[in-house]
Design a protein around this ligand. Structure first.
Ligand SMILES: *[C@@H]1O[C@H](CO)[C@@H](O)[C@H](O)[C@H]1NC(C)=O
Ligand SMILES: *[C@@H]1O[C@H](CO)[C@@H](O)[C@H](O)[C@H]1NC(C)=O
Ligand SMILES: *[C@@H]1O[C@H](CO)[C@@H](O)[C@H](O)[C@H]1NC(C)=O
Ligand SMILES: *[C@@H]1O[C@H](CO)[C@@H](O)[C@H](O)[C@H]1NC(C)=O
Ligand SMILES: *[C@@H]1O[C@H](CO)[C@@H](O)[C@H](O)[C@H]1NC(C)=O
Ligand SMILES: *[C@@H]1O[C@H](CO)[C@@H](O)[C@H](O)[C@H]1NC(C)=O
Ligand SMILES: *[C@@H]1O[C@H](CO)[C@@H](O)[C@H](O)[C@H]1NC(C)=O
Ligand SMILES: [Cu+2]
Length: 631
């Protein structure tokens, strides 16, 4: 009987794996989890035996010499092809899959990952987004900051503790490789947990061109020569810049001519988990499931008091975990929808949530209708409110209660308290800066070879390039006031801090036109006190009594814990950390080209960096590495 059941489960699993994303799942009792990732160039819509493939009648066939699908030949297994949006282009991927394989481990395990660079002429480093890397800051995976880049043909071995638990993400931190596909899910399950009813959903925008080779950047300089879409957010932000996405993917799969949609399994009447990850480079996506309520239980790695919503917005780099179950138990087939939040030209990608394995048809469900009587609830908007007529009510990221303990609850002693104002600016390609400084990457690993920094910042730097760093004193409590204000303000910047989780104490918004949702006035609680050209070099609170942490409305009781947050366009966020993790941590925008053009700063906590890397840790030669910005 038991054997039968096991057999049945295996069969079912096979039936269900329409588009298997391969997974490395560590044994929950293991102390060490060891695996590898191979980074290489590959092609979408390509099969090693059939060469180019094309979709036809829901299957993939070799492309024959008459420019038609060779339907007289056997169809090509879908899981051996990177489909993306069905258009052939080069990609940078891990293990020849898009996204890369899931890596699933348990809290506290030692994780060893050998990363081999099989690209012929590009370097890389792999970052484990959200992990603390306590005592192993040199395993954070940022070339020139925590390690030397991995050269073509080389293998670098990452070794770190799986901590904290939650939904994370790994990706290449070099140039624009992430936008070309080099990323995957990294899940740290609670110790010993049995978690079989959960799904991983990765959503990203997609482009018809390759970006990491730089050619498309140059081709697009100053004007948009691609046929992609210019998206305008309700708050007036224009999401086009130099990249114009043409489509979007869920777990590497777009809406390709007659090919089946990515399909997830539903679990009867029971609720189950979706771990969602936004792996794109530019656009936020709003995710919903027809006839399902979503209960948010984790935001960017950390547990929050469950809130019920109709949809959730993920900005690049964010991860949100929700529980869900169907409200309509007579239907077995539902659409999952991921849509951009703009007001024009929106991009949508769908997937299927299927409760009956015999069902083959596409769902017939429709999205929830939002009305003035029943407005829809949306968690994590990058602005405070939608235009009034769409009847969507935003619950912003600061409006949830954390279920995580915080060690920072005590009001900081003045002496050990520091407040930094950092304005994230994007006054136009190819400029992106923090407080007027465009980050210039060091030429060797700044953490392990600090003497190699030849371009430190000084006060005369305005809109110039320099290796910006903020030195923190060990154990200090630090408030960062991150702003997105002034002529250089961009769309809501998703900002990420390495090596820490931070407390989100407050979000400050601009005022909006209720009808259009557009910004009418920037937030006036902050003011620029030193402006040069397009940049604001220095900010402060408009009301000087707010200095030193006396900001009204700070949540010091149960602030959400996060590693990524959106600074609203025309507004600010106040975040807090304790400088107790020795290392050199990047604080940067997660919008790929903004990082490339200099929207980064190093948070230097290396004064108490005592755990030196192993003696065989590679040292960077004195070569002039790849520099950012590009010119
Ligand atoms: C990646 O590919 C290598 C080589 O095929 C394999 O040994 C390894 O297990 C794969 N990694 C993961 C995380 O699946
Ligand atoms: C295409 O043409 C080449 C050379 O003419 C031939 O070798 C090959 O078999 C053809 N492929 C298909 C799929 O017809
Ligand atoms: C938002 O307001 C700005 C400034 O008033 C204006 O230039 C822009 O066109 C508006 N955008 C939208 C989407 O209404
Ligand atoms: C789900 O619940 C409905 C009504 O409560 C019941 O009729 C149905 O049999 C249940 N389905 C499963 C798969 O448990
Ligand atoms: C300031 O820093 C920049 C960048 O490192 C450098 O080029 C410049 O010479 C420095 N100026 C002074 C006055 O030190
Ligand atoms: C930092 O704080 C920790 C724990 O509160 C304490 O053990 C340590 O001595 C402190 N270090 C310094 C340099 O103050
Ligand atoms: C970081 O600070 C340490 C000492 O506190 C210093 O030696 C090192 O040069 C600094 N590193 C950078 C990159 O500024
Ligand atoms: Cu990170």
């Amino acid at each position: 009987m038991e054997t039968m059941e096991v057999f049945g489960t295996v069969l079912l699993a096979l039936l269900w794996s329409f588009h298997p994303t391969s997974s490395f799942i560590c044994d929950k009792n293991a102390e060490v989890c060891e695996t590898s990732l191979i980074a290489e160039h590959h092609l979408t819509m390509f099969h090693p035996n059939a060469n180019k493939v094309v979709p036809y009648g829901g299957k993939l066939y070799p492309y024959n010499n008459d420019s038609k699908p060779a339907t007289d030949l056997d169809s090509v297994p879908e899981n051996e092809v990177i489909i993306a949006n069905g258009i052939q282009r080069p990609v940078v991927v891990f293990n020849k899959t898009l996204p890369g394989p899931n890596i699933i481990v348990y809290e506290g395990q030692t994780v060893i990952i050998h990363v081999t660079n099989k690209m012929s002429s590009e370097v890389l480093g792999v970052h484990w987004h959200g992990l603390y890397q306590r005592n192993t800051p040199f395993m954070d995976g940022v070339p020139f900051i925590t390690q030397c880049p991995i050269l073509p043909g080389q293998t670098f071995t990452y070794k770190f503790q799986a901590y904290p638990k939650g939904t994370f993400w790994y990706y290449s931190t070099t140039g624009l490789q992430r936008i070309d596909g080099a990323s995957g899910a990294l899940i740290i399950r609670p110790k010993g947990a049995d978690t079989t009813t959960e799904h991983i959903l990765q959503v990203q925008e997609w482009y018809d061109n390759m970006h990491s080779n730089g050619a498309s950047l140059l081709a697009n300089f100053g004007e948009d020569t691609q046929h992609g879409k210019h998206l305008v957010s309700p708050d007036g932000a224009i999401y086009h810049s130099i990249f114009t996405p043409t489509s979007a993917l869920i777990n590497g799969k777009g809406n390709v001519n007659e090919m089946p949609f990515y399909t997830f399994k539903g679990y009867g009447n029971n609720s189950f988990l979706f771990r969602t990850i936004a792996t794109g480079a530019v656009l936020p996506f709003k995710i919903s499931i027809d006839s399902h309520k979503l209960t948010i239980i984790q935001a960017n790695g950390y547990r929050v008091k469950g809130i019920n919503v109709d949809s959730v917005i993920l900005n690049p780099g964010e991860r949100i975990v929700f529980k869900t179950n169907r409200l309509d138990s007579r239907t077995y087939n539902f659409w999952i929808r991921a849509t951009t939040v703009d007001v024009t030209n929106s991009i949508e990608i769908r997937a299927i949530l299927r409760y009956d394995e015999n069902e083959v048809a596409e769902p017939k469900t429709s999205p929830t209708i939002c009305s003035s009587k029943k407005p829809c609830k949306v968690f994590n908007c990058p602005f405070e409110s939608f235009p009034v007529k769409v009847y969507m009510k935003c619950i912003t990221a600061d409006k949830v209660d954390s279920l995580e303990p915080t060690e920072l609850q005590k009001v900081p002693k003045k002496k050990q308290f520091k407040e930094y104002f950092l304005n994230f600016e994007y006054p136009g390609t190819p400029k992106a800066a923090i407080n007027g400084k465009q980050f210039l990457q060091p030429t060797a690993s700044a953490l392990t070879q600090p003497n190699s920094i030849s371009t430190p910042c000084n006060t005369s730097c305005v809109g110039c390039q320099c290796t910006n760093s903020i030195n923190l004193k060990h154990n200090d409590t630090v408030h960062f006031v991150l702003t997105n204000i002034g002529t250089g303000k961009g769309w809501g910047h998703p900002v990420h801090l390495h090596g820490h989780s931070f407390e989100l104490l407050k979000m400050g918004f601009p005022t909006y036109n209720r009808i259009t949702g557009n910004i009418t006035t920037e937030n006036e609680e902050i003011k620029c006190i030193k402006r040069r050209n397009d940049y604001c070099m220095s900010f402060t609170w408009s009301d000087s009594s707010w200095m030193n942490g006396n900001v009204p409305g700070l949540n010091l009781v149960n602030p959400p814990l996060k590693d990524t947050v959106v600074i609203p366009r025309g507004g600010y966020v106040v975040i807090r950390i304790r400088a107790n993790n020795p290392g050199l941590w990047l604080l940067h925008s997660l919008v790929d080209h903004q990082t490339l053009y200099g929207m980064s700063v190093m948070i230097n906590e290396s004064s108490h960096f005592v755990h030196q890397p192993p003696s065989d840790f590679p040292k960077c030669g004195n070569f002039d590495g790849i520099q950012t910005p590009l010119h």
